[in-house]
Design a protein around this ligand. Structure first.
Ligand code: GLN
Length: 208
C-alpha cells in the first residue's frame, strides 16, 4: 500500500484555469501527468485532478467538451480524484452562490460557498493544520469555504478550525492551491489513493 505503481498516469482537466502547475507538480513527484481536454484523454489514466479556475466556466466547458458524462461515470465508480479550489466546488454535493445552471459531480458530501473568503485582492497564504500532525502552506485565491461536512467526510486539514482539505472515499477536496506552494503533501494524498485503488482492483481480480 502507499505509492502508486510507477506507470500510473494522472489526468489533469485542462479546459480552463490553473492546470499547468498541477502537471509540473506531478512531474516533480515522478508521476506522469496528462492534460485532459477530450473524452479520449481519459483512457488509461488512474486518477484525475480538477484544478482551480472558474467553476461556472468549467461547468459549461464540461458540457461542450463532452467530458461531463464520462467523468461523472468514473467518479461515481470510485475513481481517485483531487479537486482543488474550483475543482472542490465541482466535487461538492451542495454549492452556495453557484449559478442556476452550474452542476457539480456530487461526490463529496459537503456544502461549499463560492468566493466566501473574499475577492481576488483578498487572496492570502495561511498555514493548514493537518489532522495527522504538522502543517503545510495554503494559498487561498477566491477560495470556496466548506460550510457543512457530511458524516462520512474525513477532515484532513483545517485553517482556524475550519475544514479546507477533506476526503470521502476516493475523492479528495482542497480549498486552496497546492500546485502553487511547492509542498507535495496534497498531490501525494492523491497518489496514495491511486495506489490503494489499484491494489484493491488487483486483489479483487485475484479472488475471481
Ligand atoms: N472563485 C472560483 C469559483 O467559484 C474559484 C477560484 C479558484 O479556483 N481559485 O469557481
Amino acid at each position: 500500500m502507499g505509492a502508486a505503481l510507477p506507470q500510473s498516469t494522472v489526468g489533469v482537466l485542462a479546459l480552463q484555469g490553473a492546470f499547468s502547475n498541477h502537471l509540473s507538480a506531478l512531474s516533480t513527484l515522478g508521476v506522469a501527468g496528462r492534460a485532459v481536454r477530450r473524452p479520449v484523454d481519459l483512457e488509461g489514466i488512474q486518477g484525475l485532478i480538477l484544478p482551480g479556475g472558474e467553476s461556472t466556466t468549467m461547468s459549461m466547458l464540461l458540457d461542450s467538451s463532452g467530458l461531463r458524462e464520462p467523468i461523472a461515470d468514473l467518479l461515481h465508480g470510485g475513481f481517485p480524484v483531487l479537486g482543488t479550489c474550483a475543482g472542490l466546488i465541482l466535487l461538492s454535493k451542495r454549492i452556495h452562490d453557484g449559478r442556476a445552471d452550474q452542476r457539480g459531480f456530487d461526490v463529496l458530501d459537503i456544502a461549499t460557498a463560492r468566493n466566501a473568503y473574499g475577492r481576488q485582492n483578498e487572496s492570502f497564504e495561511s498555514a493548514v493544520e493537518l489532522s495527522g500532525g504538522g502543517s503545510i502552506p495554503g494559498i487561498f485565491i477566491r477560495a470556496p469555504r466548506v460550510m457543512e461536512v457530511g458524516p462520512n467526510v474525513e477532515i484532513i486539514g483545517t485553517r482556524h478550525g475550519e475544514p479546507v482539505l477533506v476526503r470521502e472515499r476516493s475523492a479528495i477536496g482542497c480549498a486552496f492551491h497546492p500546485e502553487l506552494s511547492g509542498d507535495p503533501t496534497v498531490h501525494r494524498l492523491l497518489i496514495d489513493q491511486i495506489g490503494r485503488s489499484l491494489t484493491a482492483v488487483a486483489d479483487a481480480s485475484q479472488e475471481d
